[in-house]
Design a binder for this molecule. Structure first.
Ligand code: 5GP
Length: 211
């Protein structure tokens, strides 16, 4: 097991105890290239009781991505309209991407009222905004073993230009600096191990009908 648990400095943030009749927000962050997306996909296969908050974004879909499944793909105007109408729990221009991303209230609030555990895969700015509103959120940061390992993975993927890789590494450095605001840091030594570690945490936090 490769988990670091950061105990809360100022309660009531990151409270484990909460009203079990409502669900829980689970935030998962981590630098791109740390394997987060694969881990989250496998996590959903292991824990059928988790629900995924589909984020909205202004970035165009990548090949194979489906509107309403991977993201709600919005035009900048539509995104802005929803932002003004208070449709988002949090929204930010994600570091270095030039695009806006946000968690729609409609993806989260009704599910919590229904007792569901809702997973938000969002960046570090989004995570701190969510914690302000949901102090008992469970926050998990998925990290590569080292920055050098992350660089190796990004280069191995070979899907991006040198400049894009450098930009991602710069963003990763910033995100890693924010890792200790999360209750848990899970090291991605292997996908299976990281998924096991997250399942362990969810069970410890008494997710209904254990994963
Ligand atoms: P990608 O474009 O590769 O799918 O995601 C880029 C980054 O945006 C990732 O770090 C991801 O965690 C973050 N992200 C995705 N959805 C949201 C969201 O709703 N809010 C925030 N703040 N970040 C998000």
């Amino acid at each position: 097991m490769q988990i670091i648990e950061q105990l809360p400095v100022t309660p009531p943030n990151h409270q484990r105890v909460h009203d079990m009749s409502t669900g829980r927000v689970v935030v998962i962050s981590g630098p791109s290239g740390a394997g987060k997306t694969t881990i989250v996909k496998q996590l959903f296969q292991r824990c059928g009781q988790l629900v995924h908050s589909v984020s909205a974004t202004t970035r165009p879909p990548r090949p194979g991505e489906q509107n309403g499944v991977d993201y709600h793909f919005l035009t900048p105007d539509d995104f802005e309209r929803r932002r003004i109408a208070d449709g988002f729990i949090e929204c930010f221009e994600v570091f270095g991407s030039g695009y806006w991303y946000g968690t729609l209230g409609s993806e989260v609030t009704p599910r919590l009222a229904d007792g569901k555990w809702v997973v938000l895969e969002i960046d570090v700015q989004g995570a701190s905004a969510v914690l302000q509103q949901f102090p008992d959120a469970l926050t998990i940061f998925v990290r590569p073993e080292t920055l050098a390992e992350l660089e190796r993975r990004l280069r191995h993927r070979a899907t991006e230009s040198e400049a894009a890789i450098e930009r991602r590494l710069e963003v990763a450095r910033r995100e890693l600096e924010a890792a200790d605001q999360y209750r848990y840091q899970v090291f991605n030594l292997s996908v299976e191990q990281a998924v096991d570690d997250i399942v362990h945490i969810l069970n410890q936090w008494e997710i209904p009908s254990q994963c």
